[in-house]
Design a protein around this ligand. Structure first.
Ligand SMILES: C[S@@+](CC[C@H](N)C(=O)[O-])C[C@H]1O[C@@H](n2cnc3c(N)ncnc32)[C@H](O)[C@@H]1O
Length: 319
């Protein structure tokens, strides 16, 4: 490592800070159509002299492209960060950043920051979870499920700890014969209900409140979605996996999503992103090895290892 490698940290920090600020300012809306710096300065009601240095950076970073005197968003930037694009994820990125951010690592280590109560906006969080599923995750689920089941053969589905319930909703739409259950804690379910009602209310979608560790969540499901929940069973992973196995029909499947199933080289991102959460709460990460042992103990086998755009997925069935 040279001193230059260390100085690069400053650039990374500044680039990231700039990124979030321009996304918050919806800067990329100005460059959706080919434009000029004079026009943008006028629209932003700022002097062109102030705009120019920023533009040079946006261009150097490749976020905005220059064609003679005209300026336009880079194609990918335009797709995801032009606020009227149907793929817009600026809001998701900002909320995720707020959730994962920390003021001071020293305070987190000695428990100071967790004492100063952070205020979470749970409705926004639910909205983000739903959008992530919609944009990055549901297509893979539908594709993988279609390879396992004939549409009419699926009669019952459980989305365990389903949060927004968007997986449950999409599966209910995909499988017209299926009764779909969303299971979560009461506070989450109340939000999910009103969220789903605003979208497509379906009689075949029911809600069960409870604690998936201590309460019964039913059995004979053709499909159980267990996405992002295994860490909550850290006290007894084996017992939880046995409970999941008992929940599926003899020819049913479990879709287990967990960042712990990431390949090792991707783990650093996971550790970094969740560092503040891990230090703030007592939530423990369940390791891939613990999951593997738990599967063996429960009598579950991995039929397929795959991934959506955000998380790895192991598809499981009874041995
Ligand atoms: C990380 S979120 C995942 C949400 C959703 N499955 C997804 O992938 O977007 C974890 C969910 O598990 C729920 N949860 C955690 N522990 C639970 C428990 N013991 N009983 C019921 N739900 C629980 C939380 O309320 C939350 O909705």
């Amino acid at each position: 490592m040279t001193y230059l490698d260390l100085y690069i940290q400053i650039d990374k920090y500044l680039e990231s800070k700039l990124f979030f600020q321009v996304v918050e300012m919806k800067i990329f809306d100005y460059f959706h159509h080919s434009t000029t710096k004079e026009k943008v300065a006028q629209e932003m009601k700022i002097s062109i002299k102030r705009l120019e240095p920023l533009l040079r950076v946006l261009i150097k970073l490749g976020w905005v492209e220059k064609d003679n005197e005209k300026l336009i968003n880079n194609e990918k930037v335009d797709k995801f960060l032009y606020s009227k694009s149907s793929y817009y994820i600026g809001e998701i990125l900002i909320i995720k950043k707020e959730l994962l951010d920390f003021e001071h690592i020293g305070n987190l280590l000695n428990g100071e920051e967790s004492k100063s109560k952070r205020i979470y906006d749970f409705d926004r969080m639910l909205d983000v979870g739903a959008k992530e599923i919609e944009y990055f995750r549901v297509d893979t689920l539908i594709k993988e499920a279609a390879q396992l089941f004939e549409s009419e053969s699926v009669k019952s589905i459980l989305d365990l700890g389903g949060g927004s319930g968007l997986f449950a909703l999409e599966l209910a739409l995909l499988y017209p014969e299926a009764q779909v259950r969303l299971f979560d804690r009461r506070s989450v379910l109340d939000r999910a209900k009103s969220y789903i009602k605003k979208r497509v209310p379906l009689d075949r979608l029911d809600y069960q409140e409870g604690d998936f560790i201590s309460d019964d969540f039913g059995k004979d499901y053709d499909l159980i979605i267990a996405s992002g929940i295994i860490d909550f069973a850290y006290n007894d992973v084996k017992a939880f996996l046995r409970k999941l196995k008992d929940g599926i029909a003899s020819n049913g499947y479990i879709f287990l999503y967990s960042a712990s199933l990431l390949k090792d080289d991707a783990l650093i991102n996971r550790e970094l992103r969740w560092l503040s959460g891990r230090l703030r709460s007592n939530l423990v990460t369940v390791s891939k090895e613990e999951i593997e042992h738990g599967l063996e103990d429960a009598g579950l086998e991995v039929v397929k290892k795959t991934e959506d755009l955000l998380y790895p997925i192991w598809i499981l069935r009874r041995i």
